[in-house]
Design a protein around this ligand. Sequence first.
Ligand code: DGY
Length: 320
Amino acid sequence: MKKPVIFITRKIPEAVLDPYRKSFELLMWDEEETPVPRDVLLQEAKGADGVLCLLTEKIDREFFDTAGSLKVVANMAVGFDNIDTEAAKEKGVVVTNTPDVLTETTADLAFALLMAAARRIVEASDYIREGKWEHWSPYMLAGSDVHGKTIGIVGMGRIGEAVARRAKGFGMSIIYHNRSRKVDAEKELDAKYKDFNSLLEEADFVVCLTPLTNETRNMFSEDTFKRMKDSAVFVNVSRGGTVDEEALYHAVEREEIAAAGLDVFQNEPICADHPLVQLKNVVCLPHIGSSSTETRTKMLELCLDNLKAVFNDEPPITPV
Ligand code: DGY
């Protein structure tokens, strides 16, 4: 029987692919760093039965209109704001994502970013590299404490809860805002539900982990930053689209908030001359939330297992 044709939109290691070669005919964009050009993506989708894509690909209505006999799109991310799921549904194409396998790794990064912004880790490291450390002094590079403070988690999904567990270990009080109450987290972590504005006003650390949707786009705006404490640290590990970046820039620059840690941006990749990168109390990372070797491998394997399930006429493991 003819094997299903899968197009993979980036070069991934042969060791990961090898076990799946008996199930699929695998075609791949042969670059590790550079995304597949749009015209190549559309051309390849025409002949593919399944596509394994990354968050760098816009899987929109045009894509689904072009694709011929496509059955499934496996997105290598938990977020799927790059995919027009309505169009997929209309065309009967299954869409899958990669929840769970990246939860703890992404929570580690969120907490690392929170710590780095609070304790000025990047700035302090640069201080030595730039040859500025000449003396020790009482308030040299003094940051703010993390232990004993209040963390406000916006978006209490799996990653939110994993961040809350870390915060509990650091002796923090946990408040959260979410579409629905999280009774287990309230019981186990003593997390307290707050409306959005109360969370902004009470939290020392505001951590954005909400998915990007029409409702959450630009939810962190001039008004929200004004509501935060002037000592607040804002952390975003979800999607850049949740933040009005100009408002964030002004809030930090005008010292309306103390610092920010950002793993995601409105338009990625950002350049070195992006205004937020110019602020010394903003730590910017290139969207590496789930980037440990172990987790990235698990994400790819989950994509391939989802594809396998669909072509074996089984329910996908993690449909969106
Ligand atoms: C996701 O899975 O949505 C992450 O942003 C990718 O690391």
